[in-house]
Design a protein around this ligand. Sequence first.
Ligand SMILES: [Zn+2]
Ligand SMILES: [Zn+2]
Length: 254
Amino acid sequence: MKIKVLGCSAVELPNANLTSFLVDERLLLDAGTIGTVLDDDQQRKIKHVLITHAHLDHIKDLPFLADNISINRKSQHVTVISIPPVIEALKQNLFNNVIWPDFTRIPTPDNPIIRLKNISPGKTFTIDGYNITACRVNHSVPAVAYLLEDRKGKRLLYTGDTGPNSAIWKSQFDKLNALIIEVSLPNRFGTMALETGHLTPKLLALELEKLKYMPDMVFITHCKPGYRKKIKEELQGLNNINFKILKDGTHFEL
Ligand SMILES: [Zn+2]
Ligand SMILES: [Zn+2]
């Protein structure tokens, strides 16, 4: 499994892209950054998009992906997958013919460019050779993490945005090859993190203690750029965590 970091920042700046990870060039985890990083040919390869939650920093580029497809390739479609409250939010607030054309009915309702698919947390489904399970996480809006297992049995868990959570860790019976987990804020914002459903380095350490096996690699995402240095310092102060803070444009392989 090859993962390319299209964006891993909690806010957008000239050198900080919003959250998106491209798996094996064709499966997208969240859609905060697409068109500013992927050219037309690369966008054409995307077949499925897994959305963790409906916050704008995780869906911002979906409308432009749909528009690019409509201009260039009338036969391509993309399936956007998430839990029902997220799918409903995309229908009501994004593809609603007000904010953006309703690409779930363009060019025709029977053969639209964007196909929305509801899934249920805890129920494993298969797309394109990946077994995928969504797990509920603790955020300010309905949100899920995704566990991906490829044909070789490599396992990646991507949390999206989450505060402290127990259910997700209880479901991880087998060792993870990689965990992508958010740390949005430094320790001094612990109360704010708890109130808004995010993690600090200290809260991350408590989460990892709940896991039976430490993942081979722990990748940190969703840092607020102004706090990145402080978060790194605080993570380095933790024992036994083999972590790496992700950077836009980098790759890793499981
Ligand atoms: Zn969020
Ligand atoms: Zn976010």
